[in-house]
Design a protein around this ligand. Structure first.
Ligand SMILES: Nc1ncnc2c1ncn2[C@@H]1O[C@H](COP(=O)(O)OP(=O)(O)O)[C@@H](O)[C@H]1O
Ligand SMILES: [Mg+2]
Length: 240
């Protein structure tokens, strides 16, 4: 029997900006087939960790392994080619470009060009609300639809692991529920998920496992349902 390698194994990461340290000895894992969330307040260092994993900033210590291969200090394009999909904070769509063009850009790093048309249909199948709007400029979509486009674009890269940075921020509750359901659906298609969120309630209700980041340190790690029931988490992150 072969045991699948841990999808993402972040071990002892230290990182910051210039001489200002932000992350201190951060270790998190995403196992195959799981949705893992990293929750924490604004400024805790969540996006900084995403930037380290994505190769956008360099760590000063620790390691990142992806699918069992050491990927510490790889470049962003190398991480994308290795199977990392990123949905950045604030979506960062190409507003003047159409939905179709945004999705096509998501596939830029792929070498299996023959599968792209098939995946285009498969990805659109997840987003019935977008299907009839392929020629619409991305900037014309609502906030929720733009979030869907950002997720769809990342899926066009055929990622093994999807990193989402606060995908529910600023969305109406009904749209938050839609995004949450979508994340579960994507997970069931075999894409592993690392979900970064300030909305702990939503994140913990869809994740299998969760980490709590405070001031650049992991202070709790447990099954998502255990964190949801944890009095400290409830007080600090759920306001109850
Ligand atoms: N580009 C940057 N240059 C300098 N400091 C930064 C930069 N980005 C973030 N920081 C600082 O790093 C800390 C963590 O930020 P961030 O990782 O964005 O937190 P979170 O995503 O959890 O809100 C904050 O104190 C923030 O001010
Ligand atoms: Mg952030």
């Amino acid at each position: 029997m072969t045991v699948d390698a841990t999808t993402l194994d972040v071990s002892g990461i230290c990182a910051g900006y210039g001489s200002v340290p932000v992350l201190h000895d951060v270790s998190i894992k995403v196992e195959p087939g799981s949705v893992v969330t990293l929750i924490g307040a604004n400024g805790a260092g969540k996006s900084t960790l995403l930037k380290v994993v994505g190769g956008l900033i360099q760590s000063t210590g620790g390691s990142v392994a992806f699918n069992g291969t050491d990927c510490t200090r790889r470049r962003p394009d190398q991480m994308v080619r290795a199977g990392l999909g990123i949905v950045p904070e604030g979506r960062r769509l190409f507003g003047e470009m159409t939905l179709r063009e945004n999705l096509e850009l998501g596939a830029y790093a792929r070498t299996d060009r023959q599968n792209i048309a098939h995946d285009f249909e498969r990805v659109l199948g997840l987003f019935p609300e977008l299907r009839d709007r392929l020629s619409t400029q991305a900037k014309s979509f609502s906030g929720g639809q733009q979030q869907m486009v950002a997720i769809a674009r990342a899926l066009m890269g055929a990622p093994k692991l999807l990193l989402l940075d606060e995908p529910t921020i600023g969305l109406a509750p009904v749209v938050v529920d839609r995004v949450a359901a979508l994340i579960r659906e994507i997970s069931e298609l075999g894409v592993d998920i690392l979900l970064i969120e300030q909305n702990a309630e939503v994140a913990l209700s869809i994740a299998d496992f969760g980490y709590v980041l405070e001031n650049g340190r992991v202070v709790m790690a447990d099954k998502a349902e255990a964190l949801l029931a944890n009095p400290q988490v409830r007080l600090a992150y759920l306001g109850v």
